[in-house]
Ligand binder design. Structure first.
Ligand code: ZN
Length: 439
């Protein structure tokens, strides 16, 4: 059985008093987290003080996740604040701490910079996690406990009874097909309160993938965000940073500690949030287009984090959201039962996609003119065709006749009209949407 995890996000209705309660619980969560961190640090500090020879802390001296869960039972007994809240809220905090602890050790083992977990301010704690959800915690509409015919309700002890709409019945459909909710999250974002439901589907394994009939290779770039092996290109993202810049400037001019500054800080956070949401939605539209038009997708296995660390073009690279897009693409392909293959990116740009000849391609050369067979093609599309051929050797080899001619002019594509254009059409100049205008 294959398992597929999916997260549904809903904007919740939240009254001012419900919001105050959420802030209160978030504060409790951050205190619990900080207490765990404090005790962990204390144990190590004590051990090092008494064993200056550097002997490692024995296992039975350190606290495990399980020990903390046991201790939390005592905390709930003694502290009325915590006993008024579902035990799972606290367990969510402990799990988060456990994750932070484990990933610290993992970073140490892999030789990365350790980066010690930090104490968290109560104002910055924004997510309440509820692991191992019991079915009664989400009340669907039209039941005895929820007479409303449209609103779902959250029913977790100690948390406000938030309500949200399941537009398109995505959650109801998933639950009807035998999926179950494993985690719930209540998130305070700058714009709204959200309820996230993490759902696990168990389903029969996909039949072994057949060789796709209509596969596509995807090359990511800076001049055009994507180039597909069939010649389509998607223009570069042009994030609208005007509002963010203006609000950032207003914030830095405000007097520290003033009420105006708090307002401006929240306005800036909202602007960032809107920008991110817009970008995410555009990514989903683009992925939907790819998944519904092709039956196999090949992408480069790029080390985007490494490229960002290298500082060269890092701003431009992060603006194009390659990693986020690939992640969404892989998830949606898996859901649709379509193969999504990552291939080694080495030499995809320098090889000729027609005859396999290899020649150097400096960054400035936008056209691939093969020195051997004479094929002329846009650099990115040539790379996309190589990526496709590497992933699906059986099905991407033939070259459309139109592309064989030496004075081949590439099909241009006005991306500003496409359904995935993300709402900044006016800021995109013609030469940015049409990378081939220079050919
Ligand atoms: Zn060639």
């Amino acid at each position: 059985m294959a398992q597929l995890t999916e997260t549904f996000r809903f904007g919740a209705k939240c009254s001012p008093s419900q919001h105050r309660r959420l802030v209160e619980v978030c504060g409790m969560c951050s205190e619990l987290y900080n207490a765990c961190l404090e005790s962990w640090r204390g144990t190590y500090a004590w051990w090092r003080e008494h064993h200056p020879d550097g002997a490692p802390l024995p296992r039975d001296r350190s606290q495990s996740h399980f020990d903390r869960l046991k201790m939390f039972t005592g905390v709930r007994r003694d502290c009325p604040e915590w006993s008024a809240v579902s035990v799972k809220v606290g367990r969510g905090v402990l799990r988060r701490f456990h994750r932070a602890e484990r990933s610290l050790y993992k970073r140490c083992q892999t030789g990365k910079r350790p980066g010690y977990p930090r104490f968290k301010s109560r104002h910055r704690w924004r997510t309440i996690e509820i692991p191992d959800v019991s079915p009664s915690m989400l009340v669907p509409p039209g039941t005895r406990k929820n007479r409303s015919d449209r609103w779902w309700r959250l029913a977790v002890k100690g948390l406000p009874r938030l309500r949200f709409r399941d537009k398109g019945n995505r959650l109801a459909t998933a639950l009807g097909c035998g999926a179950r909710v494993v985690d719930l999250r209540v998130v305070r974002t700058a714009l709204r309160v959200e309820v996230h439901a993490v759902v696990k589907h168990s389903r029969a394994d996909n039949p072994p993938a057949e060789e796709p009939v209509r596969p596509v290779g995807v090359d990511v770039g800076l001049r055009s965000r994507l180039a597909l092996s069939d010649g389509t290109t998607v223009g570069a993202r042009q994030p609208d940073r005007g509002t963010i810049k203006r609000r950032q400037r207003a914030l830095s001019r405000a007097v520290k500690g003033s009420r105006g500054r708090a307002k401006k800080r929240s306005a800036l956070a909202k602007a960032w949030r809107r920008e991110t949401e817009r970008a995410r939605q555009a990514d989903y539209r683009l992925v939907h287009h790819l998944i519904s038009s092709y039956d196999g997708v090949a992408v480069e296995d790029l080390n985007v984090a490494g490229m960002l660390r290298a500082k060269m073009f890092s701003r431009q690279i992060s603006d194009q959201r390659w990693a986020a897009l690939t992640q969404i693409l892989e998830h949606k392909a898996e859901k649709a039962g379509i193969p999504c293959v990552r291939v080694n990116p080495a030499n995809t740009t320098t090889d000729c996609s027609h005859c396999g000849h290899r020649q150097p391609m400096p960054l400035g050369a936008r056209v691939y003119a093969c020195g051997d067979c004479g094929m002329v093609m846009c650099r990115d599309v040539n790379a996309a065709r190589n990526i496709c051929a590497r992933a699906f050797p059986g099905s991407g080899g033939t070259l459309p006749d139109a592309m064989r001619t030496t004075n081949f002019r590439h099909k241009t594509h006005d991306t500003s009209r496409e359904p995935w254009a993300d709402g900044h059409r006016r800021t995109v100049s013609p030469e940015q949407t049409n990378v081939y205008s220079s050919i």
